[in-house]
Design a protein around this ligand. Structure first.
Ligand code: GLU
Length: 473
């Protein structure tokens, strides 16, 4: 806990939960059960490093809720990992899945290492050993608990996990569904890489298309022309920036942990990414102004601020200085409960993490379904749809005596590929979730913020599930 935080991360999640629970009528016992982390597995194991020395690694897997199976949530590699953090993140997964109607319980894993300080071979050993420990305790499996990428991990680590799992469970036909975020060749789904960033974009776009919301914030309708600042140029930040820019918004500020840059005319996330790759720093990007600290970016003048890095970055200390009208939480837990209070006072709309960044787990759900069904999306219907569309178009042209342009023809004829279906499923999920949460909020003017409305929506769904299941005697 740092000086500015009165609460640990898990306590912050509990506080937000309690704030929302007051607006529901659920039995206190059910609320208590929803809040609690059901299983916490803390482990230590040794690995031999490249120089021959032995290091003991600290790692966790937390299963917050089993009201639906399997549990679902990423694995993070960071030297900030601790039990409280993994518990908080696992809880957020339960609420996140409930909000976007993904039928999983919440889980999360963490390994306390800075991946930059290990060779690829050492990282592989750590990941494989971690997976073997999970297998030994029955903490992983397509019907038990399904990890995914998170901060510091990606498709490479997921490939090591699925390979280790499959070799320890020979003959398990659904082994590929033991983890998501895998490379395509290992059972991954097209569209998973950009999923969280695209979900952030779809969610904010839907909010920006709501007339009453924009009017209250003094903003014009739509994404076009809005100014955006993104903190974090990892997978989530990079893709969020990309989709906003492509939709006509101006990304005026970008931050990474060595500092931040600003350009009122807009920045191209890929040029900045390449610059950072070449020079080792986001700073000194041609045409942009340097800001000394990455947190300075949070205080920049803009319409929409997207914190896409780590938790607790906007807190009681700096929330007063946030100038954005909308804060879109692409990271997990970037704003503390103290920040929420400041936002309510200042009329800033904070679009909460546990729904806004649910694109990752939504597409993970699609990947898991693909693994269980053993067939690529689009394989059965693509050709059929193209033949049917071709036939309809031919009939229209014949009856009308007119021809459509080549561009229109291509668009109408096109049968869905895997990525089209995944993007469309994600778009539908994010739009419905935004509307659902806004409806909860609009139904009761006493609800102070969108996070509380999102929690109420999540609590109602999880509690209904417990109530309908009955509690095992
Ligand atoms: N780590 C991501 C999250 O925090 C994705 C989890 C998943 O796909 O299971 O939502």
């Amino acid at each position: 806990m740092s000086a500015h935080q009165a609460y640990s991360f898990f306590q912050s999640v509990e506080r937000s939960f309690d704030k929302a629970a007051k607006f529901t009528n659920w039995d206190l016992g059910i609320l208590e059960q929803i809040k609690a982390c059901n299983s916490v597995y803390q482990m230590r194991f040794p690995i031999k490093k490249d120089d021959g020395s032995i290091e003991v690694i600290e790692a966790y897997r937390v299963q917050h809720s089993q009201h639906k199976s399997p549990c679902k949530g990423g694995i993070r590699f960071s030297d900030e990992v601790n039990q409280d953090e993994v518990m908080a993140l696992a809880s957020l997964m339960t609420y996140k899945c409930a909000i976007v109607n993904v039928p999983f319980g919440g889980g999360k894993g963490g390994i306390k290492i800075n991946p930059r300080k290990y060779s690829e071979y050492e990282l592989e050993k750590i990941t494989r050993r971690y997976t073997a420990e999970l297998v030994k305790k029955n903490f992983i499996g397509p019907g038990i608990d399904v990890p995914a990428p998170d901060y510091g991990t990606g498709p490479r680590e997921m490939a090591w996990i699925v390979d280790t799992y499959a070799s320890l469970r020979p003959g398990e036909i659904d082994a590929a569904g033991c983890v998501t975020g895998k490379p395509i060749t290992q059972g991954g789904v097209r569209g998973r890489t950009e999923a969280t960033g695209l979900g952030v974009f779809f969610g904010i776009r839907e909010v920006c298309n709501m007339e009453d919301v924009m009017k209250k914030l003094g903003l014009t309708l739509g994404i076009e022309g809005k100014t955006i600042v993104v903190q974090g140029l990892g997978n989530v930040g990079y893709h969020s920036a990309k989709f906003f820019r492509e939709a006509g918004a101006k990304v005026v500020g970008l931050a990474e942990y060595e500092g931040a840059i600003y350009n009122a005319d807009g920045l191209n996330e890929d040029d900045v990414f390449q610059h950072r790759k070449k020079t080792g720093s986001i700073l000194n990007f041609p045409g942009a102004t340097n800001l000394a600290k990455n947190t300075d970016a949070l205080e920049l003048e803009c319409d929409i601020l997207i914190p896409a890095a780590l938790e607790n970055v906007i807190n009681g200390d700096n929330a007063q200085r946030v100038k954005a009208k909308i804060v879109g939480e692409a990271a997990n837990g970037p704003c503390t409960p103290e920040a929420d209070e400041v936002f309510t006072q200042k009329g800033i709309l904070c679009v909460p993490d546990m729904y806004l960044n649910a694109g990752g787990v939504t597409v993970s759900y699609f990947e898991w379904l693909k693994n269980l069904s053993h067939v690529r999306y689009g394989r059965m219907e693509k050709r059929f749809t193209e033949n049917l569309n071709g036939h309809i178009l031919g009939q229209i042209e014949e009856l009308s005596g007119k021809k459509v342009s080549d561009k229109e023809r291509q668009f109408i004829m096109h049968g869905p590929e895997e990525q089209d279906l995944v993007h469309s499923g994600l778009e539908e999920t994010m739009i419905s979730a935004t509307r659902e949460i806004m409806a909860v909020w609009n139904a009761n003017p006493a609800i102070p913020d969108m996070r509380t409305a999102a929690y109420i929506s999540a609590i109602n769904k999880v509690a209904t599930s417990y109530a309908e299941l009955g509690i095992f005697p």
